[in-house]
Design a binder for this molecule. Structure first.
Ligand code: DGY
Length: 323
């Protein structure tokens, strides 16, 4: 039987590319530049499986073709708000993602960001590299203590829980949780956490708010000007979820006018573009979407895609089917 024809839209860890090539008739986008929407439409006509990432935008118009050959979009990443799931469904295309394997590393980067912004690590490094450090003094770059502070976690799935684990058991933080559905008491008990039913009630109580909810239309601008105003004037916002969850313009205003203490972002509304108003904010730490960027995790993500594809083409339900 002919091997399924599979398109990998970006470069992946070589070890995974090699394994994939043994099993599938594999095409890799060796230039490693994001594909244009017209390339993605052409791919849907030509390949049995397309393996996109967050840099591939697949809104409804991409699916505007008479007949798709593609049967599965096996996304490399847990978030899939870049894919119009309804449009895929209309062509009978299944969608899978790669949960679990990136939870720890994404929580690690959220923790990194929280510590960096609270302890002004970005500002300190910029000062030192600019040759402007004049030496130790009791009043230099005074930050905010993280240990023992109150952390609000928005979205209590696997990554939110990994964050709670670090915060509670590593830093003795008090953990408050906002989640759309009720969280089982035994899960909350693992982190001595308390669920707050309304986001607007959680925000004013927190020294740090860390976002771990999905992106997409339903959470677009969940954190807007009104909700930023509900945060403590000393509070910090951390976003490792999806850029669209935060209204960046409102955030920039809050940072410029010091109505919150600071923010730290790994994801942005228009990646990889960063607005000038964010670039100029000193009380902001920014990383280039590094949440899952460790060798171990990126390989595990690729292997998870391989498992999903193998099951799918063997006629078994892939474990990570999301649509
Ligand atoms: C994820 O897995 O969702 C990462 O943000 C990369 O897409």
């Amino acid at each position: 039987m002919a091997k399924p024809k599979v398109l990998v839209t970006r470069r992946w860890p070589v070890a995974v590319e090699e394994k994939m090539a043994e099993v599938f008739d594999l095409t890799i986008n060796r230039d490693d530049r994001p594909l244009a929407q017209s390339d993605l439409t052409a791919a849907l006509a030509d390949y049995d499986a397309v393996l996109p990432t967050v840099t591939d935008r697949l809104p409804a118009p991409v699916f505007d073709l008479p007949r798709a050959r593609t049967k599965i979009l096996a996304n490399y990443g847990v978030g899939f708000s870049h894919i119009d799931t309804e449009a895929a469904r209309a062509h009978g295309i299944a969608i899978t993602n790669t949960p679990d394997v990136l939870s720890e590393c994404t929580a690690d980067i959220a923790m990194t960001l929280m510590l960096m912004v609270a302890r002004r690590a970005g500002e300190g490094e910029r000062e030192l590299r600019a040759g402007q450090w004049t030496g130790w003094r009791p009043t230099h770059l005074i930050g905010t203590k993280v240990s023992g502070a109150t952390l609000g976690i928005v979205g209590f799935g696997r990554i939110g829980q990994a964050m709670a684990q670090r915060a509670r058991h590593g830093f003795g933080m008090r953990v408050l949780v906002y989640n759309r559905s009720p969280v089982a008491p035994e899960i909350l008990a693992r982190y001595d956490a308390e669920q707050v039913p309304v986001l607007d009630e959680l925000l004013p109580q927190c020294d740090f708010v860390s976002l771990h909810c999905p992106g997409g239309a339903e959470n677009r601008h969940l954190i807007n000007a009104r909700r930023l105003d509900l945060m403590k004037p000393t509070g910090f916002l951390i976003n490792t979820a999806r850029g669209e969850v935060v209204d960046e313009h409102a955030l920039a205003k809050a940072l410029w006018f010091d109505t919150i203490g600071g923010a730290a972002l790994d994801v942005f509304e228009r990646e990889p573009q960063i607005s000038d108003e964010l670039m100029g904010a000193d009380n902001l730490v920014m990383l280039p979407h590094l949440g899952s960027a460790t060798r171990e995790t990126r390989e595990a993500m690729g292997l998870r895609v391989l498992d999903n594809l193998t099951d799918f083409f063997a006629g078994r339900p892939p474990r990570d089917r999301v649509a």
